[in-house]
Design a protein around this ligand. Sequence first.
Ligand SMILES: [Zn+2]
Ligand SMILES: [Zn+2]
Ligand SMILES: [Zn+2]
Length: 351
Amino acid sequence: MDTNKEAETNDQFIVKYRQQYYDLSRFLHKHPGGINTLKGLNSGDMTARFLKAPPHSDAAMYLMREYKIDPDDSRKTKSGHNEAELQNGDEELRHRARETEDKNNNQVDESMEHLVDWSKAMLPQIANITECYDEWVHKPVDRPLRLFGPWYLEMCTKTPWWLVPLFWIPVIIQCAREDLASSWQDRSQLASFVGYFLFGILLWSFLEYSLHRWVFHVKLNSNSGSWICTFHFMIHGLHHKVPFDPMRLVFPPLPGALLATIIYTPLSFVLLSPRVVLSGALTGYLCYDMIHYYLHYGNPTTRAFVHLKRYHQHHHFSHQTLGYGISSPLWDVVFKTRIHLRKLRYQLRWS
Ligand SMILES: [Zn+2]
Ligand SMILES: [Zn+2]
Ligand SMILES: [Zn+2]
């Protein structure tokens, strides 16, 4: 049966791993390693498959806890023959599990989530955990995040993906319109318009890398102050903490406009045709944010996008200090922070 259908027909997707049970039903489509690789695991013991699969990162192991369930609940839903299957070969699996555990050093770190109260507003709590904030923020979870207490503030922290093109496309048109109209008649002027526009796109791709690497992933340690940790959580930390929150993925337009103004103002004095460059850079930004959303939620089938998706997932879950390029790995190559992905012998699907 298709995994997809399996998930639809059963509202639970229970697996056994080592001596624990997990309900993966809400994780199937999110699994960075694809949904098709989980095929046939429902109601079974996945330990052997898991140990044969490419190694999972510590962040992945941490995330897995989110789906852990009470074994008594899982038995109720399981058919007898599966339970028997689950018991078979347990001894051998346990032995292999222990071996892998030691080798990968996985499963040994305790959950850090007791440090905060997930039922309360998170932002004010960041100040209390500055000492271990950097470690905590890079351990992903899959649960609802509330940033502020008051609903009217909380509302402002959520951005549906379509708001980004709705806001920025008119701005881009407005920036480019006059120059495009005046250069339309003259071939040489049109060529320079295209040149400046493309330069803007390239400028964005450098900004995408620089912001992501040196601002969003600014080095924090146990002495970092509460303001910097809180600010970090707001701008990028939360995306690493709750990577499956679709309303906290794209950059909200108003802070985006503020950031664009801060960057554009000094550049406008030194650039030729600054408004055309700006429209190119904003186009680059728009493509980046849409690609970023797509990489998280889409089911790419073309080689380039499958590669980008896997590349970005490795940034999230295994190499958080590498792979800063999202719309392209260009600057990762230049600055030697590229992630080398394993060649896969099979195609990954995410839906
Ligand atoms: Zn996996
Ligand atoms: Zn990041
Ligand atoms: Zn991301």
